[in-house]
Design a binder for this molecule. Structure first.
Ligand code: UDP
Length: 241
């Protein structure tokens, strides 16, 4: 058995809800610490890691829109929520000695650096974990799309989508006991089948840039590292045979 990682540079996407733990809102620091430990394990293997974290544990733009408010302002608030989560994750990484920087799509120089593709790749070349905050910087997008975009910009070998379950299923495994997990599936099959693992724009962007998506459980301690070693449980979304 070899522990040589199958990927050199990856983008990890975790939803804001993953940070919430058992709470109904906000950040459970012990969960942020656990995700940071999983990222540290990947770094110890020599894998370069970029991270996009969502904001759904704090705020989602659609919540404002559905209550009759202004969608764009709501999305701005959602993007700010991703910055809060990114700062929390950076703190957890720094605490265990992992060098990490937050680069935001929305300038807020007192809090963190602004995103540029050149700076991001320079930091990753130096072995720093780069956390991409602020989503794409645009309303009407999601952090899934931001993850696919940043993955393409940094030349990631794969996009790791940490979800509530350990892969892509034929149906929701929490509701349908007959649901089966796919080992492999193509981007097109995910889109055509309406298998809601990421939004369609994100999957299409990954497909156009030949970036495989690895869907795995964000809740399993060590799960990220196991997949990087080619051992873990998950579904590979890829057009390559
Ligand atoms: N958002 C946005 N543009 C982006 C990324 C995010 O406007 O490029 C806003 C949007 O309101 C979204 C919120 O930020 O609802 C939180 O992001 P997301 O829903 O993707 O978080 P997750 O579901 O991953 O926690």
């Amino acid at each position: 058995m070899t522990s040589r990682p199958a990927y050199r540079r990856v983008l990890l996407k975790a939803s804001g809800e993953a940070l919430m733990g058992e709470q109904g809102f906000g950040i459970d620091v012990s969960v942020a610490d656990r995700i940071a430990a999983d990222v540290a394990e990947a770094r110890a293997m020599g894998v370069e890691v970029g991270i996009v974290i969502g904001g759904g544990n704090i705020f989602r733009g659609v919540a404002v829109a559905s209550a009759g408010g202004d969608r764009v302002t709501g999305d701005h608030m959602g993007m700010l929520a991703t910055v809060i989560n990114s700062l929390a994750l950076r703190t957890s990484l720094n605490k265990i000695g992992v060098e990490a920087v937050v680069l935001s799509a929305i300038a807020m120089p007192e809090l963190c650096e602004s995103f540029s593709q050149r700076q991001a790749t320079a930091y990753m070349d130096q072995g720093k974990v780069v956390i991409f905050a602020g989503g794409t910087g645009n309303p009407f997008f999601t952090t899934d799309s931001a993850a696919a975009l940043r993955a393409a910009e940094i030349g990631a070998d794969a996009l790791f989508k940490g979800t509530q379950v350990d892969g892509v299923y034929t149906a929701d495994p929490k509701r349908d006991p007959t649901a089966r997990r796919y080992e492999r599936i193509t981007h097109d099959e995910v889109i055509r089948g309406g298998l809601a693992i990421m939004d369609t724009a994100a999957i299409a962007l990954a497909r156009e840039n030949n970036i495989p998506i690895i869907v795995f459980s964000i809740h399993e301690k060590g799960g990220f590292g196991a997949i990087l070693r080619g051992e873990g449980r998950g579904t590979v979304v890829s057009d390559a045979s």
